[in-house]
Design a binder for this molecule. Structure first.
Ligand code: FO1
Length: 340
């Protein structure tokens, strides 16, 4: 049994994994069922308590996308959604009226909160929700402890003062990351730890892939969880990442603003240097960039990272499947023992 472990954020991560599964299915169809297990370790730094419910945006985006329930246009939330309950909540002036909790989506948050209140860990809750959605992967929260990404505002806006900390989702959704921030803080990080399931999924993998999710607030948050970096540095599996930046622009979301805040060049090379080469204290063995960034290949080799270039726009599932195939090819070239 070959095992692939993916460290993913929300929309970009979910779409990449969907392409990876399509690629693996095509390989199995051709050369017979060489069973490959995929485990996805999801960022939970976007999670929040809202109206008394625990909302886990990246876990749910991956679960709905791979389970066939996602709103394809938005990339998050449920397809065919209605907003009756959230209209009632807003009528009472409660919650975040700029953050849509649809009626169907609320079902997930209610069941999750119900199980958490009974004492279940987020890992078990996620496993239970996936028994319904059957995403075709094992979906793991990066930690069972609450780790929430908050941002410190560089200036006052609305009811907030300069220097205030607000939840990442308020910055991301209410302000579209349009307000400058001075730092990201993962609240609760020092009490959190990677779950045993996460450590096992990293240490027993044949290949580890870091998809083009947000390198600071999604992948960066997972890497910051105590235990994760060490597990990545010591696993026998090759670690291959895909650049979320193409030609100096983020493929999706606001990765540039995030990289600027942490002082990293918003380039394919900048992100590779942020993750670092495993041979020099980082986590990467290989790095896949778009053809537009092929100029960085020599610099990557100097970093000690095996580079490759291929089309990285996830325009459809075939392009994404080809990206996954390229990433696996780099993994095989880095460590021949893990041919997939
Ligand atoms: N994103 C938005 O842009 N607007 C929303 O109102 C919104 C609501 C929402 C509710 C549940 C959920 O799981 C995700 C939701 N998202 C919304 C997406 C979310 O901000 C992003 O998916 C992640 O946080 C970034 O990957």
């Amino acid at each position: 049994m070959k095992r692939i472990t993916v460290l993913a954020g929300g929309v970009g991560g979910a779409r990449f994994v969907r392409g990876l599964l399509a690629h693996l299915a095509a390989v199995a169809a051709e050369s017979g069922p060489g069973a490959v297990d995929v485990t996805v370790i999801a960022n939970t730094g976007d999670d929040m308590w809202l109206n008394g419910l625990r909302v886990c945006p990246d876990l749910d985006t991956i679960m709905y996308t791979l389970g066939g329930g996602v709103d394809e246009n938005q990339g998050w939330g449920r397809g065919g959604e209605t907003l009756r309950a959230s209209a009632e909540i807003s009528a009472y002036g409660r919650g975040w009226d700029w953050f849509t909790l649809g009626d169907l989506d609320l079902g997930t948050h209610i069941v999750r909160t119900d199980m958490l209140r009974e004492g279940a860990k987020l890992t078990q809750v996620t496993e239970a929700l996936c028994r319904r959605w059957r995403p075709g992967v094992r979906l793991l929260p990066m930690s069972d402890g609450q780790v929430e990404t908050h941002i410190r505002l560089a200036r006052e806006i609305d009811e907030h003062q300069a220097g205030d900390l607000i939840h990442f989702e308020e910055w991301w959704v209410r302000y579209r990351a349009g307000v400058p921030v001075t730092e990201f803080i993962q609240v609760g990080l020092d009490q959190a730890a990677a779950t045993p399931e996460v450590i096992e999924a990293i240490s027993s993998a044949d290949v580890i892939i870091i998809p083009p999710s947000n390198p600071v607030v999604s992948v960066g948050t997972i890497l910051a969880v105590p235990g994760v970096r060490n597990a990545l540095r010591s696993t026998a599996a090759p670690v291959v990442g895909l650049s979320p930046i193409i030609g100096g622009a983020a493929v999706r979301g606001m990765a540039e603003q995030c990289l600027e805040t942490v002082g990293v060049d918003a380039t394919a090379l900048g992100v590779a240097s942020l993750y670092g080469a495993r041979s020099r204290g980082g986590v990467l063995d290989g790095w896949l960039m778009d053809n537009a960034d092929a100029e960085y290949l020599p610099a990557l080799e100097d970093f000690g990272i095996r580079g490759s270039a291929a089309p990285l726009w996830m325009t459809d599932i075939h392009t994404t499947a080809a990206m996954a195939s390229e990433a696996l090819a780099i993994a095989s070239s880095v460590s021949p023992h893990a041919p997939l």
